[in-house]
Design a protein around this ligand. Sequence first.
Ligand code: PLP
Length: 406
Amino acid sequence: MKKKMTSAEIIEMTKKHIMETYAPLPVVLTRGKGVWVWDIEGKKYLDMLSCYSALSHGHCHPRILKTLIAQAKTLSNVSRAFYNDQMGLFCKELAEFCGFPRVLPMNTGAEAVEKAIKIARKWGYVVKGVPKNQAEIIVCENNFHGRTITVISFSSESSYKEYFGPHTPGFHIIPYGDTQALEKTINQNTVGFLVEPIQGEGGVIIPPEGYLKGAKEICEKHNVLFMLDEIQTGLGRCGKRFAYEYEDAKPDILILGKALGAGVGIISAVLCSEKVGDILKPGEDGSTFSGSPLSCAVAREGLRVLVEEKLTEKSYELGNYFLAKLKEIKTPYAKEIRGRGLFIATEIKPEYGDARSFCEKLWHTGLLCKETHFKNIRFAPPLIIKKKEIDWALKRIEKVLTEPVK
Ligand SMILES: *Cc1c(COP(=O)(O)O)cnc(C)c1O
């Protein structure tokens, strides 16, 4: 019998062949259940990243698995050249869940952002009357909307874009949380304002109270589409179905991804309000795998599980509990601890270096965390987490945040 490879051997093999676009922790995962994952040596960890919030339902949720297997045996992919029942039901149910009349199904988050930009631009030309090729979209500093060429063109992070020009024109970057800057930057060619209700990859940055509502009002006043990227914050992650509900700032365009696939499906969506309507016509957009029966079936079950298992309410309650307990830890290292629902970050003081070294220590205690924007440890477990599992994690976090650094 062939000897089982060790973690070190798999890492070496991987590094030899993969384009190394990530700097992962040196752990090789092979199995998951609920909030737990195991490496190939059999060591168990609590998953505090949940696939960048795509895994709200946890690993191998029995209902999601059952749906996946049943649909895989029935019909997987047919493309958009034909209708399929699962896509129709998915669009209807997602539209009702979100309270928007129209859905464009896509695959990944960045793609959905791209499509939202296409929709806003075309709306600008055919509805608002902006002269052809003059449409402008306003975005925020420190944003994260994905990694395609157009999306990185309006990133403020130099490593995302430095070697990848020429960049796509038509974007203005303004400070996050600043409604005055928004109003000042809008001109007659502005078609949309694209923003995250809480900046996720930027470090779980919560804007000042009233920001989203204020931004929405300014957009309305100037006939500009208010576009929210809730790819990471949406679907219960922040303790409400959508983070905008904290301010009742429903957008004209809502972008979803990540947890929409319930940890299994690769599916995203652009939701359009009445004001935007059915803007793209046959021939103007497409994607081979979009609306796949397999992803749509899983996403439908994911929405039902989210509601029936009260994952949003759990995120709210356990998020408050987790945040309060984190704040009780007497740590010399934290500059700030902030979050909404089960979307929490501990910002490390600059004199203690990157959050990465803390993530490595947490890993040794059995917690898998990923730093965001160098200085933050992010805590975003699956929303199915139980209080006693949070307590298990808190013990380890307290140890790492109170022991000497060296
Ligand atoms: C992850 C993320 C994206 C990109 O999604 P991908 O599926 O990785 O392309 C876009 N916007 C936000 C806010 C995200 O967190």
